[in-house]
Structure formats: C-alpha cells, structure tokens
Write a protein that binds this ligand. Structure first.
Ligand code: UD1
Ligand code: CA
Length: 452
C-alpha cells in the first residue's frame, strides 16, 4: 500500500507566507498529521505531491521519510495523482489523502483499504452532509450502486440536491488507477483533470465501486482559511480533552485546555483552566495542574501540585512536590520527591534532592543540590562568568540565608549554613557557618543635612 498525499495547492485563502499544509493544528503541521496517519497504516511509501512553495514543505519534512513528487502546474486532482504514477506498480494499492485534511482516523482508512481488491479496484470515502455545497456529489443508480461523481460546478439542479458527497479520499488498485488516469480529460466547467472522473471509468469497466463512511465529520474536514483552521482546532481540542477525561482526568473546562502533543494521565489528575500541554506530557495519579500553567515535555510523579501560572519545560518532577505559583522550571530540571519550588523561582539544569525547598525569588542553574536544603529568598547561583557556565554543588541539609550569591564553580558542604546576604566565592565547609558580609556600623550622632 502506498499513500499519495495531495499538497500542491496554493492555499490563497490562508493569506499566509506559510504554505497551507504547514499551518499548525494542535502543535503540528496539517501535513504532519496526515503523514503520521500514513505511517500508522504502515504505508510502504508516502508520496507527497507538491507545487507551490514546495521547497518549504520539503524542508519541513526533511527527516520524515517522505518522498516528494513535483506538480509544477496545478491542473487538477487527477493530474496531481498522475505525477506520482511513475512510483506506482500494478500490484500496489494506492490511498489518496489530502495535505489539508488532517484528522482522518486510522480505523476509517483501514475500513476503506479493506474494501479494495482485484475484484473491487476502487473504494471511496463518502459522507452525508446537511449542506453539501462545494463538494462533488455521489451519483447512485436505482440499486444504490455508485455511477459517478459530479463536481458542484458541473452538476444539474437535481444532482445538487444530493447530500452524499465525495470526501476526496479514495483507494484504488495500481494497475487500474494507471489506466484510468491516462484517459482523463479536462473538458469540464473548471478545465481541470478531475480525479473524480475515474469513478465513472471504473463503472464502465464493469466493476462495482465500494464506499464507506467515517465515524465523524471532523475526520474529513479540510482547511482552507484561518477561520476553518480555528474551528477545526477547537473541535479537535474538545476531542482530545474528552479522551483525557475518559482516562480519568478531571478537566475543569474542556474548552479552556489545549493539548499540543501526547498526554498520558493517571487517575484523579486535575487540570484547571487555561492550561497548555505540549510535547510528551505524563501526569501520574493525583497530579494537580493549576490555572494558566504551560507544561512542555514533562514527567510529573504522583500527588504533585503545580500551582497557577507556572511554566515547566523538559523536566522531571518527583512525587508530592509543590511548585509555584509563578515558577519557571527550565530544561534539565530534575526535582526529587517532596521538593518545594515557590513563586518567582527559576531553575535550569538543576537536580534538587528530596524535600529541599527553594521558596521565593531565586535562580538555581547548573546545580546539584542534596536533600533537605532550604534556600532563602532571593538566592542566586551565579553560574555564568560571561563566557562559560559553571556548576554549583550543594550538599544535604544546607541552609542558605536570603539574598546570597553562590559564585560557581563552588561547593557547599553538608549541613553548612550560609549567612544571609553573602557572596560565596570559595567552597564552604560542611557543618559550619560561612558568611561574607561587611561589618554593620552605626554612625553615632550622625545628622541629616538641612534642606537648602
Ligand atoms: C475535490 C473533489 C471533490 C471533493 C472535494 C473534497 C475533485 C475534482 N474534486 O474538490 O469531489 O468533494 O475535493 O474536499 O477531485 N490539489 C493538487 N493539485 C491540483 C489540484 C488540487 O495538489 O492540481 C490538491 C489541493 O492542494 C487540495 C486538494 O488537492 O489539497 C483538493 O483540491 P481542490 O482544488 O480543493 O479540490 P475541490 O475543488 O475542493
Ligand atoms: Ca477543496
């Protein structure tokens, strides 16, 4: 089975410098959705027909194992599929998909492919629409056998009343498809080579055309402009939120959750409003995500709470940790169980041990921190000398007083205490109080100057 994806169209109505099929839906391009589905179907080859801005599309898909076929002039859907024919052998089954129809379910396409055989060389995916306007209509005879597809612009008033329409998606045997395509003509209202004309040819060859329908309309919706893109995004997001709820998550408002990747949830996960989950996200049992949080590529263990307005990226958080509000966990943050990261704290490449607390207004970067530490408000690991990054190592049960700077590379021993307001530039021994602070003085009898 080989997949041919049509993606040569201009997409004028998007009014965008980005090709239509590279517009994002739920965090990945429209074309990527289609390619991912083709891969799930184990296609032997994925051929993408490109024309307008083909270099951008090829660049975007460079590592995807997709082959590109050029259609320099857009002379119609039939002409587009013709361009891929040199890659098709007689025994192939060809599945035609569209770069701007992103959400067709694998099961629907499996059903369609199962219809196609040497006895039944053509299968169509059709759908009944309340408003069929714009689509090609499925013409059936009195025995309901498919006879042809008539495009909207070529249809007579009687045909325009038909509500069963062509989704465009079809599957055909290679040998027959080649023959039909070679006989296409463009003597129609749009002067194009219509792929849909192969239906009548198949019937004329004496074969019954098979049809199947998708479970849901969303599977065959195409995207032509930003309004349709938005509307498909919202419908799809609702579907993704529903899938999370079926897995046991409590979603406070499904219309205010955005999933741009793959999310796994345990039981009793709670997600408040305006949360964005990106990339690969795993939330174990009982994890609570507060309002307005953004989580990208994170693994969060059981019972951890993430309070509102926190931003986590490429990090791993242990059990029963307590994060935010307003925390920023940057890539390479690894928090052990019961760690507390408070408001306006930023971490980066920081491994923090069990039960340690960084409660307020701190920056912890390039740091290895042990268990049971307490880092006072406003403390900073000075990890960057303007040229290179350096490591700070903090032992177990270290207490760092507020407003301290630990100038890396530097090591603070187990059980050490750093006095508030210190700038620590040398290693500080275990178990001792270290501080660097100018002596406090009081100028006895000092007088304020008089105002002139
Ligand atoms: C097509 C079908 C119509 C169906 C509808 C579903 C034909 C003749 N008509 O009509 O029956 O109801 O889709 O949406 O097939 N493309 C190319 N090269 C071309 C022309 C098109 O790659 O030369 C691509 C476009 O980028 C687009 C897709 O094929 O993604 C469909 O083309 P479009 O012109 O939009 O077809 P419709 O007129 O909508
Ligand atoms: Ca179209």
């Amino acid at each position: 089975m080989k997949v041919v994806i049509l993606a040569a169209g201009k997409g004028t109505r998007m009014r965008s410098s980005l090709p239509k099929v590279l517009q994002p839906l739920a965090g990945k391009t429209l074309l990527q959705h289609v390619v991912d589905t083709a891969k799930e179907l184990n296609a032997e080859q994925i051929l993408t027909v490109v024309g307008h801005q083909s270099h951008l599309i090829e660049e975007a898909m460079i590592d995807q194992g997709v082959d590109f076929v050029a259609q320099t002039e857009q002379l119609g859907t039939g002409h587009a599929v013709q361009q891929a024919i040199p890659e098709i052998t007689d025994n192939d089954t060809v599945l035609v998909l569209y770069g701007d129809v992103p959400l067709t379910a694998k099961s629907t396409l499996d059903d369609l492919l199962n219809l196609v055989s040497d006895e039944h060389p053509l299968g169509l995916l059709t759908i009944n629409l309340d408003n069929p306007s714009g689509y090609g209509r499925i013409i059936r005879d009195q025995h309901l056998a498919v006879q042809a597809i008539v495009e909207q612009k070529d249809a007579n008033p009687e045909q325009l009343k038909i509500t069963e329409v062509n989704t465009g998606i079809l599957a055909a045997k290679g040998a027959k498809l080649k023959g039909w395509l070679s006989r296409l003509e463009s003597n129609n209202a749009q002067g194009e080579f219509y792929l849909t004309d192969i239906i009548a040819m198949c019937v004329a060859d004496g074969f019954a055309v098979q049809t199947t329908q998708p479970q849901a309309e969303i599977e065959v919706l195409g995207v032509n402009d930003k309004c349709q893109l938005q509307s498909l995004e919202r419908d799809y997001q609702m579907q993704l939120a529903n899938e999370l709820m079926v897995q046991g998550a409590t979603v406070i408002d499904a219309s205010r959750l955005d999933i741009r990747g793959s999310v796994e949830v345990g039981q009793d996960v709670e997600i408040d409003v305006n949360v964005i989950l990106e990339g690969a996200v795993k939330l174990a049992d009982g994890v609570k995500v507060g309002a307005n949080c953004i989580l990208k590529n994170v693994i969060i263990a059981t019972g951890t709470q993430i309070h509102p307005f926190s931003h986590l990226e490429d990090c791993v958080v242990g059990q029963n940790a307590n994060i935010g509000p307003y925390a920023r966990l940057r890539p390479g943050t690894e928090l052990a169980d019961s760690v507390r990261i408070g408001n306006f704290v930023e971490t980066k490449k920081a491994k923090i041990g069990i039960g340690s607390k960084v409660n307020h207004l701190s920056y912890i970067g390039d740091t290895l921190m042990g268990e049971g530490c307490n880092i006072g408000a406003g403390s900073i690991t000075c990890n960057y000398d303007g040229v290179n990054k350096h490591q700070t190592v903090i032992g177990n049960k270290v207490f760092v007083g507020s407003d301290s700077q630990l100038v890396a590379p530097v090591e603070i021993g187990d059980g050490a205490t750093i006095g508030a307001g210190s700038t620590i530039t040398k290693d500080s021994p275990a178990g001792e109080l270290t501080l660097s602070r100018s002596k406090q003085v009081t100028m006895k009898g000092w007088q304020k100057p008089d105002k002139k």
